[in-house]
Write a protein that binds this ligand. Structure first.
Ligand SMILES: C=CC1=C(C)c2cc3[nH]c(cc4nc(cc5[nH]c(cc1n2)c(C)c5CCC(=O)O)C(CCC(=O)O)=C4C)c(C)c3C=C
Ligand code: FE2
Length: 424
């Protein structure tokens, strides 16, 4: 595996090769700890000193191992100038190149006393922390209120539509859609927040942040080297996820192929990002019996094994019957999400837990910020969501409150800017 292909090789050599001043300062500050964490026999826990290459065939933050923290932001473009939009994407690329190495934005951030600093400063001295920045273009970038603001309409991918209304959706427009999105993931929340804040600052006058979401505790593993984490329902989440190492399946289900859409050859090597803010009714869930919880998921809670038997990674057996019907019930989440019930479809999940305070009744506003990367949302996401939203027993405890779909351009080569082929 090369960094060019996967952006994901992380080794001591790589850590030492990180060029950013911030990363070097951070590594020096942490002394031997950094090196110990990044050594070949290091535990699978991601270290703060990791750095993923921003350049490569695909954007990082998709098949690279998911980090612990998320700051996701959706932006609306406020200018009607195509040139200003391109200038923003160039500036964002330059800033992303710096920040993903642990460096500050702008060379003279602490020496030019006549201007505001070019970097907001809160990550100064912190290492790269595995920061990845993944950029996406929403349907409204191509056409908004019937207008082709930037001359892009003819190049809009057919699959890039606003997501349909799903049963039981209760979407807040203030947490839905957006012209552009940026997924910032890192192993330090301050690094992820710093990245989004700097991109927003750079975009002042060109874009306005529409909504954003903080996330913690990844709810999926995207690499076989990672342990399966737990979501706020207390279950292991990500066991049957696509993993970055499954090259053939990633090719089939994640990356857009040049033959997929003649209008959108610029998207080849990219993907689509689906985001759903799913609130979990935590208090009723916590008063539900263990047997009911396990029946609704279709797996046992302690180790994540399917209710049809075996251990965590044993395949589901959807046919085995118990005394009262199938051991994995007809409305169990894993049955309804399983490829055999979805035309063989798989998706790459990359979600995070969230808590956003309490509501007026003192209930936690918490849940799962679901993110998935798919090759074709109309085939690989919409039918599955329709099935889950209408039949999944878990829906009694869930409410979808935010949503969006973005086309994620392919990786950026050195000297290029994010999404350059779209504007060529
Ligand atoms: C549309 C896709 C999906 C949404 C939305 C979704 C929400 C959601 N999921 C859990 C908890 C679990 N999901 C699990 C498996 C699983 N989920 C999806 C898809 C969506 N989930 C898929 C494709 C799968 C894999 C199915 C399979 O092939 O077996 C599991 C089991 C562990 C695992 O395999 O990852 C859990 C637990 C919650 C709590 C949630 C919304 C809040
Ligand atoms: Fe799920």
């Amino acid at each position: 595996m090369t960094t060019d292909d996967q952006n994901s090789t992380v080794s001591r050599r790589r850590l030492l090769g990180v060029a950013g001043a911030g990363a070097l300062a951070g590594a020096a500050a942490l002394g031997g700890f950094e090196l110990a964490q990044a050594s070949d026999d290091a535990p699978e826990t991601p270290s703060a000193g990791l750095a993923y290459d921003f350049h490569g065939r695909h954007q990082a933050g998709i098949v690279t191992p998911s980090q612990d923290r998320l700051h996701f932001a959706s932006f609306d473009v406020t200018t009607s100038s195509r040139d200003e939009l391109i200038a923003l994407l160039k500036a964002w690329t330059e800033a992303a190149e710096a920040m993903t190495t642990g460096a500050s934005v702008g060379a003279d951030t602490l020496t030019n006393y006549a201007s505001p600093p070019t970097d907001t400063g809160e990550a100064l001295g912190l290492p790269a922390s595995g920061l990845t920045l993944t950029f996406g273009f929403g349907p409204s970038l191509f056409t908004k209120d019937g207008k082709d603001r930037f001359g892009l309409e003819a190049r809009r991918p057919k699959a890039l539509q606003h997501l349909p209304h799903f049963p039981a959706d209760n979407l807040d427009p203030a947490r839905t859609d957006g012209d552009l999105c940026v997924q910032a993931c890192a192993n330090d929340p301050q690094v992820a927040v710093h990245a989004i804040r700097n991109l927003a600052r750079i975009g002042f006058g060109t874009v306005a942040m529409r909504w954003n979401q903080l996330g913690f505790g990844r709810t999926s593993s995207t690499s076989t080297s990672q342990q399966t984490p737990r979501n706020l329902m207390g279950f292991k989440d990500g066991t049957a996820n696509l993993k970055g190492e499954d090259a053939a399946e990633i090719e089939k289900f994640v990356w857009v192929d040049p033959s997929d859409d003649a209008n959108a050859s610029w998207l080849a090597g990219g993907s689509y990002l689906v985001a759903r803010r799913i609130k979990i009714q935590i208090e009723p869930w916590d008063r539900t019996s263990l047997s009911e919880q396990e029946a609704l998921i279709g797996r046992e809670r302690a180790h994540g094994a399917p209710l049809s038997g075996g251990t965590e990674f044993t395949d589901l057996d959807l046919k085995i019957e118990g005394r009262n019907g199938p051991l994995i019930g007809m409305d169990a989440h894993v049955r309804l999400a399983h490829p055999s019930q979805n035309n063989g479809t798989k998706l790459l999940r990359r979600g995070y837990n969230f808590t956003d305070g309490t509501d007026a009744l003192g209930r936690l506003d918490a849940g799962l910020f679901f993110i998935a990367f798919v090759r074709d949302p109309g085939k690989h996401y919409v039918p599955m969501q329709n099935q889950l939203s209408s039949q999944d027993g878990l829906m009694e405890y869930l409410q979808h409150t935010g949503s969006g779909l973005w086309a994620v351009p392919p990786g950026i080569r050195k000297g290029e800017y994010v999404g350059q082929a779209l504007f060529a």
